[in-house]
Design a protein around this ligand. Structure first.
Ligand code: FMN
Length: 130
């Protein structure tokens, strides 16, 4: 069986329930806006640079809410920021202070599409049953 894991491409869709400001951050991002960043538990990821990520990269520790117990390896007293708090902030549209997690090619999205159109584009054909 073949499969793919697709994340970023589905954020700037009409069906995605994220705030329009997060969708717009993605469709306006340029290649140079996307940096490799460290998650609070040290794993690498990519994000669109914003004031929040500049503070983190400068070594600041961002205060956070009580632990959501989302990552077994996370030590709430030591982390530079809480990934759950910051992903939720981004989904709610706080694109200055949220974590704008994305894939390497996020800058290629240039408009808000429907999931139907994204699937058709990915597969090069009209989807049969969505
Ligand atoms: C909003 C968002 C949340 C993500 N959360 C996770 C996660 O919890 N665990 C994980 O392993 N990867 C996570 N990823 C990374 C994706 O699984 C994927 O590896 C990455 O975004 C690259 O694929 P893409 O170009 O299709 O986005 C997340 C990505 C995004 C955009």
């Amino acid at each position: 069986m073949d499969g793919v894991q697709v994340a970023t491409r589905f954020i700037p869709t009409e069906e995605c329930d994220a705030d329009i400001r997060l969708k717009e951050s993605l469709i306006h991002a340029a290649k140079d806006d996307i940096a490799i960043v460290k998650s609070p538990v040290g794993m690498p990821g990519r994000a669109i640079m914003n004031p929040f990520m500049q503070h983190v990269m400068a070594g600041e520790k961002i205060p956070h809410s009580p632990c959501h117990r989302c990552l077994a390896k996370c030590s709430p007293g030591e982390i530079p920021y809480c990934i759950t708090d910051k992903l939720i902030a981004a989904v709610k549209g706080d694109v200055e202070n949220g974590l704008l997690f994305c894939g390497a090619k996020a800058y290629m999205a240039d408009k808000i599409e429907t999931v139907h159109d994204v699937i058709a584009d990915l597969f090069g054909t009209e989807p049969e049953c969505i």
